[in-house]
Design a protein around this ligand. Structure first.
Ligand SMILES: Nc1ncnc2c1ncn2[C@@H]1O[C@H](COP(=O)(O)OP(=O)(O)O)[C@@H](O)[C@H]1O
Ligand SMILES: [Mg+2]
Length: 199
């Protein structure tokens, strides 16, 4: 199994508060399509922020693209970020841009070259991407995600949108509750080779 992301006993606290994420132990398979679900306040946005390197964990280790980032110097991170596409929760899609250009916009701003964009982000992280868009744009976005996934991009989408999940057979659900991910079947600890690629 080739893991693109590996969390090892990861915890996160804000300031001196209690941990809002705790005991996160999971791997995401390269090429997988994952939906992150769970109630409001469970920690979805915080977990995604760790994934796209907007925050560092206060405990545990995170490996991304096969490298341990725990002790990586700060100036190491921009190169990693350029390999990650992000669609934010309050992201307003720009109507006249294609779904691809909307997703590419933050990468372009971060300095990803057109040549790098051609070869697709290796990891795409989306935080409730369809929360503020109409049904047509939601479908366009989902089509973009599945098309990127077929080309090999690993996709992680936090959502409450059951219809999105229903339209994506083969995707794997990660359920987060009260700051931790349960993995009763062990699939997240030892994902099947190739992950849950959308057919
Ligand atoms: N910047 C922050 N400072 C302090 N607490 C935060 C911050 N962001 C989120 N939290 C807290 O962390 C917990 C998880 O929040 P969040 O990751 O936004 O969950 P979700 O996206 O599942 O709704 C909540 O209790 C929330 O209040
Ligand atoms: Mg959130």
């Amino acid at each position: 199994m080739s893991a693109i992301v590996e969390f090892d006993s990861v915890g996160l606290r804000y300031g001196t508060g209690a941990e809002v994420l705790r005991d996160l132990d999971f791997r995401l398979a390269k090429g997988g399509f994952y939906f992150l679900t769970g109630p409001s306040g469970a920690g979805k946005t915080s977990l995604l922020q760790l994934l796209y390197l907007a925050r560092r964990p206060t405990r545990g280790r995170i490996q991304l693209f096969g490298q341990d980032l725990t002790d990586a110097p700060r100036d190491f991170l921009p190169d990693f970020r350029r390999r990650i596409g992000v669609v934010f929760q309050d992201f307003r899609l720009i109507r006249h841009l294609s779904a691809f250009d909307n997703v590419a916009l933050p990468l372009r701003i971060a300095g990803t070259s057109e040549a790098e964009l051609e070869s697709q982000p290796e990891l795409l992280v989306a935080d409730e991407p369809t929360g503020n868009v109409d049904a047509e744009m939601a479908i366009r976005l989902l089509h973009l995600f599945t098309a990127l996934n077929r080309l090999g991009t690993t996709i992680v989408v936090a959502t409450h949108d059951i219809s999105l999940i229903a339209r994506t057979p083969g995707a794997q659900l990660i359920r987060i509750e009260k700051g931790t991910v349960s993995d009763p079947t062990g699939l997240l600890k030892n994902p099947p080779a190739g992950g849950a690629r959308v057919p």
